[in-house]
Design a protein around this ligand. Structure first.
Ligand code: 1PZ
Length: 215
C-alpha cells in the first residue's frame, strides 16, 4: 500500500524538487535534478505501458548519474558545474565520438537536458491550451521543436506513435494530481519558469564548454 502511494505522481512534488535544484550561485544540484526526473518517470509510468520504452531510457540515465553521485568521486558530482569541470579536467568525456567514456555524466545529462527543453515547451503549450486542445498535437509540436532534432528516424517514429495514444487534456490534468483545471494551469504557470531556469543555466554551461554535441 505504502509503495503504491510512493508511486503516485504529483506535479507539486516535481515542482518542489526543481525548486531545490538551483543554488544561490546559480549552480544546479545533481541530486535534485535526478529527483526531479524520478518524479517525471512516475508521471510517464502512470500514463501507461506504451511509454515504457521512454521511461526505461530515462531510468537508465538516472541510474548512471546516481552511480556517479554514490561513487568514490561523488563529491565531484554535487553540482552539474562541478561534474562538468571534474570530467573535463580528468579527460572523462568523449568529445567527438563515443570511445572510452561512452557513459560520462556530462553526455548522459545532456540527453536529459535536451528532454527538459521538450518538457518546458510542452508544459507551456499545455498551460495556454484550451479545453479542446489535443495533447498529442501539443506534445508533437514541442517534440519537433526540440528533441526530435537529436533523434534518428526510428526513434522519432516510435515517439510519434506514443504521442497518438496520449490521454486527452482532461485525463492528462487528472494524472497531474493537483486539483481542478484552473489550479493545474496555475501550477504550470509556476513550474514552467522553474524548469526554464534550470534549462537555461545548464544550456549556458554546456555552450561555454562546447559540450552541446557530445556523442
Ligand atoms: C508525456 C508524453 C511523453 C512524451 C515524451 C517525449 C519524448 C519522446 C522521446 C522518445 C525517446 C525515447 C527512446 C530513447 C532514446 C535515446 O536514444 C535518447 C538518446 O540517448 P542515447 O541513445 O544517446 O543514450 N534518449 C533521449 O533522448 C532521452 C529522452 C528522454 C525523454 C523524456 C521524456 C520525459 C517525460 C516526462 C513526462 C512529463
Amino acid at each position: 500500500m505504502a509503495d503504491c502511494e510512493d508511486q503516485k505522481f504529483s506535479l507539486m512534488e516535481v515542482l518542489d524538487t526543481f525548486k531545490l535544484c538551483v543554488s544561490e550561485q546559480k549552480e544546479v544540484y545533481l541530486q535534485n535534478y535526478v529527483e526531479g526526473w524520478r518524479g517525471l518517470v512516475k508521471f510517464l509510468n502512470s500514463l501507461g505501458s506504451v511509454f515504457g520504452f521512454i521511461s526505461k531510457d530515462v531510468v537508465n540515465k538516472i541510474q548512471i548519474l546516481v552511480n556517479y553521485l554514490n561513487g568514490e568521486n561523488g563529491s565531484q558530482y554535487i553540482t552539474i558545474q562541478s561534474m562538468v569541470k571534474y570530467e573535463l579536467d580528468n579527460e572523462l568525456v568523449d568529445m567527438t565520438k563515443r570511445g572510452r567514456q561512452p557513459e560520462s555524466g556530462s553526455r548522459t545529462l545532456l540527453r536529459l537536458h535536451r528532454a527538459l527543453r521538450w518538457l518546458e515547451l510542452f508544459l507551456e503549450r499545455l498551460r495556454t491550451s484550451t479545453e479542446d486542445s489535443k495533447t498529442s498535437v501539443l506534445c508533437s509540436e514541442a517534440y519537433n521543436e526540440s528533441l526530435a532534432k537529436h533523434h534518428p528516424w526510428v526513434v522519432r517514429k516510435a515517439a510519434g506513435m506514443a504521442f497518438c495514444v496520449l490521454p486527452g487534456r482532461p485525463a492528462f490534468f487528472e494524472v497531474m494530481n493537483v486539483g481542478p483545471p484552473d489550479q493545474v494551469v496555475a501550477v504550470l504557470g509556476e513550474a514552467v519558469p522553474l524548469i526554464s531556469e534550470v534549462y537555461t543555466i545548464t544550456e549556458e554551461l554546456y555552450t561555454q564548454h562546447n559540450l552541446l554535441d557530445l556523442p
